[in-house]
Write a new protein. Structure first.
Length: 313
């Protein structure tokens, strides 16, 4: 694990870039988050060879000039990729990062984009940073698939999906009573502690009167007060965790919403109404049924709140 001279743990972020306008906005997001400027940044790009049919067509013609043209196309593509990655590093350095903090990795596609990224992510990162989509239709398909695979496979490494909304120092943590939510709180504290951020703990209790009693999320009215008190107690415990991480008490708030028809809609609505820039969510719920349900909530928030940056822990 990397450490600073004072012995504090140094954050290490794996930042996935394609050659697109969206990738530039990912860099702008990194530059806007002051705590990340103390992190070690690895800019990572997976590239593939030119499609085989380029070479097949050239060889089939037995034409030396055709082969040379293919080689030229390949070289230009690689030169453009390498320039883009160096420009990405230069942007971060001009935004306040030290050159020694930023490493550039260009990686030839081996087993597949997602598998190659998973292999790299296992080398000790605090989080993987990416965007939902690429810049072209093909990139949208590939990166969309990569995002989904990473969400399901990166079980021990947080994912940061950079959004389009301007970064603010207001963070919404979607809470339940699961260990995954506790991990989300701990991660948030580690990343933002000591900086001037406001954090709201947010819990949603779905509609009680109209909810089907056979639904796993149903809460009998007579148990409602117990559930409410349990969440308040959970908030108290979480506040202590955030305080210990360096978040000022006056900047920690809690809110419980009841009667919501959709947890995901309530979370996104609260983020919009409150001017939050980041939503933090745990991957899993408190039980196997809840894991499935919360997985759906997480996916819905990702798609409904596309403008937000979402941390999935």
């Amino acid at each position: 694990m990397n450490t600073t001279s004072e012995g504090n743990e140094t954050k290490r972020l794996l930042v996935l870039l394609d050659h697109s306008e969206r990738a530039l906005r990912t860099l702008e997001y990194l530059a806007s988050v002051r705590p990340f400027q103390a992190a070690s940044i690895v800019l990572h790009h997976v590239y593939s060879e030119l499609p085989e049919y380029y070479w097949d067509m050239a060889v089939g013609t037995n034409n030396t000039s055709a082969l040379e043209e293919v080689r030229t196309i390949w070289k230009e593509k690689m030169d453009e990729t390498f320039r883009f990655m160096q420009d990405a590093k230069s942007f971060l350095v001009s935004s306040g990062f030290q050159s020694s903090q930023v490493e550039v990795q260009t990686h030839k596609w081996q087993s597949g984009i997602a598998r190659d990224i998973l292999e790299e992510s296992a080398r000790g990162y605090d989080a993987v940073v990416l965007r939902r989509r690429g810049g072209s239709r093909l990139q949208e398909i590939i990166l969309g698939s990569v995002s989904n695979k990473l969400l399901s496979k990166l079980k021990n490494t947080p994912i940061i999906l950079a959004g389009t909304r301007q970064h603010t120092r207001k963070v919404l943590i979607a809470m339940d009573e699961s260990s995954s939510a506790a991990s989300a709180v701990n991660f948030t504290g580690r990343q933002l502690g000591g900086y001037d951020y406001s954090i709201e703990l947010f819990h949603v209790i779905r509609g009680i009167d109209t909810l089907n009693p056979h639904d796993p999320g149903y809460i009998p009215p007579e148990l409602f007060e117990n559930v409410h008190e349990s969440i308040e107690s959970r908030f108290d415990s979480v506040r202590e965790t955030l305080l210990a991480a360096g978040i000022p008490k006056k900047r920690i708030s809690g809110k419980i919403v009841t009667g919501a028809g959709s947890r995901a809609e309530a979370i996104v609505a609260e983020a919009r109404a409150g001017g939050f820039g980041t939503i933090v969510m745990g991957r899993q719920g408190v039980s196997r049924v809840e894991d499935f349900f919360m997985g759906r909530v997480c996916n819905k928030v990702i798609h409904m709140g596309r403008e937000f940056t979402i941390w999935i822990v």
